[in-house]
Design a protein around this ligand. Structure first.
Ligand SMILES: Nc1ncnc2c1ncn2[C@@H]1O[C@H](COP(=O)(O)OP(=O)(O)OP(=O)(O)O)[C@@H](O)[C@H]1O
Length: 253
């Protein structure tokens, strides 16, 4: 299987605090990989180092064979990482459709500000509209495409965010706590959507606290604790790993 992401010996220090301690991991084409761990374990820091938000103190990131360590976030996005954040970040005065179209500014080679204008002139943007609509169908939001994004229920707003990240057709989609704040039905729907993305050939790396979600959806898991990787493996292997139970799962129960 071809490798999409490879992180080697990633270390991130904030003053005297070692938020990441020599973390190595990889994600292969078509996989759904989860990063789990207690609060403060270093999950978001890992994402921020991978996506160029932080320059790691030590270590490297390779994407499809290219060393992208130290690249700027926009360069990394353009090269093929799509990302969502822990909190919803939608454009409040734009429709669902326009929010997704704005996500395409890189793939359509237009600037971000041009895309905002283009968002208002969507009838002239047949290709972008068609593609955004196709993506919204995957998320079950096609019927809602002309509604204001922020008027949707919370679970749907999170889906619009993922749809927007997907509009770039990223080589890797990074989801930061996609199920956070969702009720059980919304989480179930999100699970089905992520399955559909896998069927579509997308490769996904996600951080998530919802164990049911993670255990159901992920092919492999990495477990962080206090900045260090303490386990990796299939959900079944991780669930029964005594080190993980002691450090994390035991506390969750
Ligand atoms: N920019 C920063 N400056 C200083 N310390 C930071 C910074 N970002 C994170 N930290 C610290 O690094 C550690 C890891 O934080 P991080 O947010 O990566 O954990 P997490 O596993 O994502 O936690 P959570 O599940 O609560 O989101 C924490 O002790 C945090 O306080």
């Amino acid at each position: 299987m071809s490798e999409i992401l490879s992180v080697h010996d990633m270390t991130q220090c904030f003053g005297g605090l070692n938020a990441l301690k020599g973390v190595s991991m990889h994600v292969d084409q078509g996989e759904i990989v989860g990063v789990i761990g207690p609060n403060g374990a270093g999950k978001t820091t890992l994402f921020n180092c991978i996506t160029g938000m932080y320059r790691p103190t030590k270590g490297s990131v390779r994407m499809v064979g290219t060393d992208i360590t130290g690249w700027r976030p926009y360069q990394i996005t353009a090269y093929g990482f799509g990302r969502t954040f822990q909190n919803v970040r939608l454009f409040s005065r734009m429709s669902v459709l326009d929010n997704v179209i704005v996500g395409m500014h890189i793939s359509t080679r237009l600037s971000f500000s041009q895309m905002i204008v283009v968002g208002k002139m969507r009838r002239t943007m047949d290709d972008a509209v068609h593609k955004a609509e196709e993506i919204l169908k995957i998320f079950g939001l096609y019927e809602n495409r002309y509604e204001m994004a922020t008027s949707l229920p919370y679970g749907d707003q999170r889906k619009v965010e993922i749809a927007r990240a997907l509009a770039l057709e990223p080589k890797l989609l990074l989801l930061d706590e996609p199920a956070a704040g969702m009720n059980e039905i919304e989480t179930e729907e999100l699970m089905n959507t992520v399955y559909a993305l896998r069927e579509r050939g997308n490769t996904i790396l996600l951080i998530e606290h919802d164990m049911k979600f993670v255990m159901n959806i992920c092919d492999r898991l990495y477990v962080l604790n206090d900045g260090a990787l303490i386990a990796e493996g299939s959900p079944g292997e991780v669930r029964t790993n005594p080190v993980v139970i002691e450090a994390y799962l035991g506390k969750e129960a």
